[in-house]
Design a binder for this molecule. Structure first.
Ligand code: ADP
Length: 497
């Protein structure tokens, strides 16, 4: 079957990489299906893209924010028109089921509309001056050329979280999509271009992390970096950016706990656990990977959950009947295998799953059985380290306090959930769970675009995507003073008496 070769987008032109090399984007559910061929770029391509973005910045920063916003709004409308075809292409390149890829495109649409609204806000402050006939205000200024490095699990939503706020604030961008899922970024940027985005304002350079991502991070012309991915790579990105005093937003791992207390609606909690643990085949930074169960309900919850997991339909996400798709690539499968071995060696009990699905309909894809471990102790590696696959651990506790200790006893702090009907416990959990996100009676996944998204501890470095937190990252504050007294007035000196 023939396939399309995609080039880099630099300065509004489609250009091949200077390396002369390409790589294939292959459907993780079916290795016969080549989604496309993409440029395996290197540092010289990044140089070209940064130069194009720097040139475009000269004029883009002067476009009034409401006009920039109109382009985002039109982009949102185009995405809505093409939602179905983009969702299908995303399922082909990433694997997750169609209902979820439709959700991924919808998240980009929501972000487009939300950030378009910001074009007429981008509020700063006005405040009185300490001196007579003097005016003081603060305004948001764009940062300049921003470098963006995206992961594969939300191939359109995450680029939209980065691009749309950056654009409405007046920045220009160079984005490097994940090597497994570049097409969805192309689709997003195609809509931006058709919506009227000038050439060079967004540039796409595809390729592998060390070859194309690393030179973007260290490039002196790039003023800020936004990265979403593994903690391992995030550490390298953060250290490189720090060496140049470059603002850097890092969004990394999670080991998200769902606490189920003895007064919880168990059926609701089981629905939540299924969606939280096996949605996106467990490959979300917010996936529910630890379920902390009060001992009074642990046996019933476990029995019912395992029965539901056994009934999950695993297969090609393009089939509407399928509930869980493949893992994105062989490397992820190997990680799942490794952690299943580690868990069993540590004494965890495999309740279901734990193996690769290989035969029949599975023989051309990267499928792993949805997996549940019981008898997990909070300090085991399976309860501490991110698997990023369809593997969930059940931990039994005797009290809310013990549950809280287990939930907080990890290096990560992204998302958490509590199932209980006790309003006091719910408010305690909202206060005490160490995480950027807490859900009450809902699973650990399901962020909305107008709220801050990000985590504490080793999940991130303090920045937030979504909501106004994104504006804080993509702008820098300028304080402006206007003295209309026609005299020299000295702050802290001339108003002393
Ligand atoms: P995952 O394990 O989810 O694939 P990674 O952190 O490996 O997460 O990848 C996230 C993004 O970071 C991808 O776009 C990848 O190409 C990029 N990346 C990987 N290594 C580096 C690096 N050394 N410098 C910059 N970007 C990198």
């Amino acid at each position: 079957m023939s396939h399309t070769t995609y080039k880099n987008l630099i300065g509004g032109h489609w250009v091949p990489s200077r390396t002369g090399k390409t790589f294939l984007n292959i459907n993780p559910a079916n290795s016969d299906d080549i989604v496309g061929e993409f440029q395996a770029s290197g540092a010289a391509d990044i140089d070209d893209a940064v130069a194009a973005a720097a040139e475009a910045y000269k004029t883009w920063r002067l476009v009034p924010a409401p006009k920039r916003a109109e382009i985002l709004y039109r982009c949102g409308e185009l995405l809505a028109e093409r939602k179905e075809s983009y969702a299908r292409e995303m399922t082909r390149e990433m694997g997750k089921v169609l209902s979820e890829t439709r959700g991924d495109v919808q998240e980009a649409i929501d972000t487009a509309y939300y950030m378009a609204g910001e074009g007429r806000r981008l509020f700063g402050q006005t405040t009185p001056s300490e001196l007579k006939s003097k005016f003081a205000m603060s305004v948001r200024m764009p940062v300049g050329v921003v470098g963006m490095i995206a992961p594969w699990n939300f191939p359109m939503a995450i680029p939209s979280w980065k691009l749309f706020p950056a654009l409405v604030c007046g920045n220009t961008c160079v984005i490097k999509p994940a090597e497994d899922t570049p097409l969805s970024t192309f689709n997003l940027v195609e809509c931006l271009a058709e919506a009227g985005l000038p050439p060079g304002v967004v540039n796409i350079v595809t390729g592998f992390g060390p070859d194309a991502g690393a030179p973007l991070v260290s490039h002196p012309g790039v003023r800020a970096i936004s990265f979403t991915g593994s903690s391992e790579v995030g550490r390298i990105v953060g250290q490189t950016a720090a060496a140049n005093f470059k603002p850097c937003s890092l969004e990394m791992g999670g080991k998200n706990a769902m606490i189920v207390l003895d007064d919880a609606n168990l059926d609701l909690a089981i629905e939540g656990a299924l969606w939280g643990a096996f949605g996106t085949t467990g490959q979300r930074c917010t996936a529910t990977s630890r379920i902390i169960l009060h001992k009074k309900i642990a046996a019933e919850f476990t029995r019912k959950l395992v029965a539901r997991v056994d009934a999950l339909k695993v297969g090609d996400g393009l089939d509407e009947h399928i509930q869980m798709g493949p893992q994105v690539n062989q490397q992820q499968i190997e990680t799942s295998i490794r952690y299943c071995e580690i868990a069993q060696k540590e004494g965890a009990k495999l309740l279901t799953g734990g193996s690769v699905l290989e035969d029949g309909v599975y023989d051309k894809g990267h499928f792993f059985a949805p997996t549940v471990f019981g008898n997990v102790k909070p300090n085991m590696r399976i309860a501490q380290e991110e698997v990023f696959g369809p593997v969930v651990s059940l931990i039994e506790v005797e009290s809310y306090e013990e549950a809280l200790e287990a939930a907080n006893g990890i290096q990560y702090g992204l998302s958490t959930a509590l199932y209980s009907r006790d309003v006091n416990k719910a408010f305690q959990a909202m206060r005490d769970l160490e995480a950027g996100i807490t859900y009450i009676n809902a699973p650990t996944i399901g962020a909305e675009v107008h709220l801050p998204f990000g985590g504490v501890k080793q999940t991130g470095n303090g920045h937030r995507e979504g909501g106004t937190g994104a504006l804080d990252f993509y702008t820098t504050w300028k304080a402006v003073y206007v003295d209309f007294s026609d005299t020299l007035q000295r702050a802290q000196i001339d108003n002393a008496d």
